[in-house]
Design a protein around this ligand. Structure first.
Ligand code: SF4
Ligand code: SF4
Length: 157
């Protein structure tokens, strides 16, 4: 299957919703370097930012019959990541940009598809995300081993 070519474009979901330890930025706090035109320190952004590419950007999230841009994290409300070898095994992370987003629309569809074969950790902001604390819950197979070969999604099989 040919994967779509994707760019972040106007999405800044990870700059708003994910922690950046080099900047002491908590999750769900907008980065102080984020401007309307994008990252204000792009050329010297921290390694955490340089190294991160969500699963949508990597081109591995698809839902049949869905416009590609509707799956981008700023549109679907969830950032998907793949994390092998965590304390919980190899997991897909569904990181809510907004509280409750994982239960709605395309994000819910993606999670349901992933959970047929992989362990998915859904991370939600606690107390509205005001202090970076979070709740997590798991869906999918409990042993966490089925995703061990890497980030391939059900739609690719
Ligand atoms: S969430 Fe994904 S698509 Fe959006 S800015 Fe971050 S890496 Fe790019
Ligand atoms: S430093 Fe730039 S890329 Fe990193 S979180 Fe802030 S705005 Fe985003």
């Amino acid at each position: 299957m040919k994967r779509p070519s994707r760019v972040c474009g106007s999405c800044s979901a990870c700059c708003r919703a994910m922690a950046v330890h080099e900047l002491e930025k908590d999750a769900w706090q907008a980065c102080k370097h984020l401007h309307s035109s994008g990252c204000g320190i792009y050329a010297r952004r921290p390694a955490s930012c340089r190294n991160f590419a969500c699963q949508w950007l990597r081109g591995v999230l698809e839902v049949d019959g869905t416009v590609d841009s509707d799956l981008r994290p700023d549109a679907c409300g969830v950032i998907f990541d793949y994390q092998p070898g965590t304390a919980f095994g190899d997991v897909y992370t569904a990181w809510e940009v907004e509280p409750g987003a994982s239960a709605r629309g395309h994000a819910r569809d993606i999670i349901e598809g992933l959970a047929e074969r992989f362990r998915v950790m859904i991370v939600s902001p606690d107390r509205g995300g005001e202090d970076g604390t979070f709740r997590r819950r798991f869906v999918g197979p409990g042993d966490g081993t089925r995703g061990s070969s890497g980030p391939s999604l059900p739609s690719e099989s």
